[in-house]
Write a protein of this length. Structure first.
Ligand code: NDP
Length: 244
């Protein structure tokens, strides 16, 4: 489905980003991943991609820094070729009630989850215009749709990602470039490893199970494929029914 395409995936070292990287490589794409600090995990993702016979590149890059993103995008373009698919998956949480939440925790979450997505889009924009093609997939969250107590920073960042997605979709639609968001529910990764009461959690999920990173990756592959060429500005939940 993605033969000959070049994909750039932020947060590709672990969790959902890694699953998307592997699924896209499995469909024939060469894949670059950006990661924050976990060099070993990034190396493992790349190794799995090269084992599939695809080219892989990992760049350590803090997506909250426009300078670092600029450098990374230019390195990816030089080493793998012009980017066709951008997936914004890097994300963090710093949960707490708003009353006691530190301003620095609010800023860190907004800077990584929302501004980070803006930075990569800004740096890939010109390349997509030149190609008159491109796919942007932003990973939002059901928290950005429904809100979540204790996650005012995270929910605001993920709601922001939805606004960003719709605006970019409108800007780029005349050039045939699609921009969509995926809103996962509870997906089993490091981010959700310490969620407390499993009974309460299952009570919220109509399908009575957490999602897997592969559940999200399957949709990302479809949104990047030819068949999704008339879908833009959409927000699709992968949440087992939480936000029905
Ligand atoms: P993980 O914690 O497993 O992985 C987070 C990834 O983001 C890692 O690759 C990490 O790199 C990278 N990252 C974090 N900060 C930065 C940064 N400043 N610059 C570059 N990369 C960074 O998270 P998940 O896989 O669970 O989540 C992926 C995305 O999906 C996030 O945006 C998250 O908000 C969203 N999401 C997750 C849900 C879930 O239930 N898991 C539900 C809804 C949305 P490194 O390995 O170097 O630390």
């Amino acid at each position: 489905m993605l033969k000959g395409k070049i994909a750039l995936i932020t947060g590709g070292s672990r969790g959902i980003g890694r699953a998307i990287a592997l699924a896209m490589a499995g469909q024939g794409a060469d894949v670059a991943i950006l990661y924050g600090a976990n060099e070993q995990a990034a190396g493992e993702t790349c190794e799995k991609i090269t084992q599939m016979g695809r080219n892989a590149l990992a760049c350590r890059c803090d997506v909250s820094s426009l300078e670092q993103v600029k450098e990374a995008v230019s390195q990816v373009t030089k080493e793998l070729g012009a980017i066709d698919i951008l997936v914004n998956c890097a994300g963090i949480t710093r949960d707490g009630l708003a009353m006691t939440m530190k301003e620095s925790d609010f800023d860190a979450v907004l800077d990584t989850n929302l501004k980070g997505s803006f930075h990569t889009i800004k740096c890939c924009y010109g390349g997509f215009l030149k190609k008159k093609a491109g796919r942007i997939i932003n990973i939002s969250s059901v928290s950005g749709i429904m809100g979540n107590a204790g996650q005012s920073n995270y929910s605001a960042s993920k709601a922001g990602v939805i606004g960003l997605t719709k605006s970019i979709a409108r800007e780029l639609a005349p050039r045939g470039i699609c921009c969509n968001a995926i809103a996962p529910g509870f997906i089993a990764t490091d981010m959700t490893a310490e969620l407390g009461d499993q009974n309460a959690l299952m009570g919220m999920i109509p399908m009575k199970r957490m999602g897997t990173p592969e559940d999200v990756a399957a949709l990302a592959v479809f949104l990047a494929s030819e068949g999704a060429g008339y879908i833009t500005g959409e927000v699709i939940r992968v949440d087992g029914g939480i936000a029905i």
